[in-house]
Design a protein around this ligand. Structure first.
Ligand code: NDP
Length: 442
């Protein structure tokens, strides 16, 4: 059943999320990234909504061409080029991998080739920038708003298609979740793992590509724009490129591991993932770089080093916490965490077909400090990106505010799910590890 609060939140997001993205991008385009000035203009009657709208670049054939080529290329890399990176990169897990058991007891296979897609795309990008000169490296920045319309078209098309597909030709009917509420089903998705054919998995494709492969290209395009406008790339722009680049590369290096995260393991595929991956992620996760095109901040060395350290320590915590859980689960607890055998709580759960499964919840390492210390590391990294932009405007800080809300909401959602799954065993775990994000505080 969908309670009124969930329904209200869903209606709010369906209505306002596209407007929020438009507002942020428009503010940079027309108001030098000030979030307040458009409001003042509108409230004082200095401008009408129609004035702002009329100044907004519309969809162009060029942007439609770029976007179609981009998505087609990513589909091609995903579907037609089997992974070769795992054959020569030690420690990298790629190629055909199994996902987690779905509630209906299905184990899906995935072709993990995101790192390869990322490398090929970036090699081509640099080859173009330094050698071929087919297009300017500022191409993404220069078409940013026309591309926004294309991303929206794809985001809505894929979410609507997923909804229709779940009624008429679901990939696995037993894994569909119908609440009977149209808006909830559209937003949160009905099908668990919609696929076309054997290998085109919607969640894996849209979650990682085209949005996350694009993330680093978008930042590179912003850096190129700074170079074009000011004849230099500021150290803040380099920091954003480096820190977010590490995060993106980490994502692809661990793509097989992401098969076990909430997005792939528990979320159904609807507008939240479909539109979110196509629009929200590439447009709002890259706000710092966009801001720095309009406000080229040059940080003093001490601040730059401080921000770099915060970003790297955050990344270390994020990675190590995730790694500890992965190692623990992969070896079924037969491993060492911080040099010792890990402690854990034994738990059991039942799938819908009534089969009983056993699992373990670790209480050692970072998982003994807090129940979601990986999120804490993620938040430290997110704060570092924002700090590169100085304190003149609030727009670049949207990311840390959003990530805090997202990850706290995720904590609550995940814990609710774990409680339904493990029942009293989960209670024993929360008694052993009482804090969520910050030991002793929250
Ligand atoms: P987690 O990787 O923390 O996975 C949560 C699951 O892990 C739980 O549902 C439970 O699953 C299992 N688990 C919980 N506690 C324990 C324990 N003590 N020992 C062993 N297993 C445990 O969450 P996410 O999938 O949300 O996040 C993965 C990463 O992705 C995080 O680092 C997060 O920061 C990042 N992320 C980034 C986002 C972004 O937009 N940048 C968005 C979302 C996530 P089970 O049912 O298997 O027991």
């Amino acid at each position: 059943e969908v309670d009124w609060f969930s329904l209200a939140s869903i209606l709010f997001l369906l209505t306002f999320a596209p407007l929020i993205v438009y507002y942020f991008i428009m503010s940079c385009d027309q108001y030098q990234c000030s979030l307040i000035d458009p409001l003042i203009d509108l409230l004082t009657g200095n401008k009408y909504l129609s004035d702002i709208w009329n100044k907004t670049p519309m969809l162009t054939y060029r942007a439609a061409g770029i976007y179609t080529l981009w998505v087609t290329f990513q589909v091609f890399l995903y579907v037609f080029i089997p992974d070769f990176c795992h054959k020569f990169l030690p420690g990298y897990v790629g190629g055909v991998q199994k996902g987690a058991v779905t509630p209906a007891g299905v184990v899906n296979k995935y072709e993990i080739n995101g790192l390869q897609a990322w490398i090929i795309t970036h090699v081509l990008w640099f080859a173009n920038a330094y050698y071929f000169h087919w297009f300017s490296p500022t191409i993404i920045f220069d078409n940013w708003i026309p591309l926004l319309w294309c991303a929206n078209i794809l985001g809505y098309a894929v979410s609507t298609f997923a909804m229709i597909k779940s009624y008429f030709f679901p990939t696995n009917a037993k894994d569909c979740k119908f609440t009977g509420n149209f808006f909830y089903d559209y937003m949160m998705g009905i099908e668990f793992n919609p696929r076309i054919g054997k290998w085109f998995d919607f969640k894996l494709f849209f979650n990682g590509r085209p949005g996350i492969v694009a993330w680093t290209l978008i930042n590179l395009s912003y850096a190129a724009k700074q170079q074009e406008l000011y004849n230099q790339v500021t150290n803040s722009m380099i920091l954003v490129n480096v820190l977010q680049g590490i995060y993106v590369l980490d994502f692809f290096w661990n793509e097989a591991w992401y098969l076990k995260t909430i997005d792939i393991c528990h979320d159904h595929f609807g507008w939240y993932l479909g539109w979110g991956d196509c629009v929200w992620l590439p447009y709002l996760y890259t706000l710092q770089g966009l801001y720095l095109v309009y406000h080229p901040v040059q940080l003093c060395t001490a601040n730059a080093i401080g921000i770099l350290m915060l970003g790297l320590i955050g990344y270390y915590i994020f990675r190590m916490t995730n790694h500890q859980k992965d190692l623990f689960r992969r070896t079924n607890g037969n491993c060492k965490i911080w040099g010792k055998k890990p402690e854990y709580i034994e738990c059991s759960y039942m799938s819908v077909d009534g089969t009983k499964y056993y699992s373990k919840l670790m209480t050692s390492g970072f998982w003994g400090w807090a129940r979601h210390f990986n999120y804490t590391g993620d938040l430290m990294g997110s704060l570092a990106y924002c700090l590169t932009c100085g304190f003149e405007h609030i727009l670049p800080y949207f990311y840390i505010v959003y990530m805090t809300i997202l990850l706290i909401h995720r904590c609550i959602r995940d814990e609710h799910r774990c409680f339904s799954k493990y029942g009293k065993d989960w209670k024993r775990y929360t008694a052993a590890v009482p804090y969520r994000l910050i030991p002793g505080i929250f």
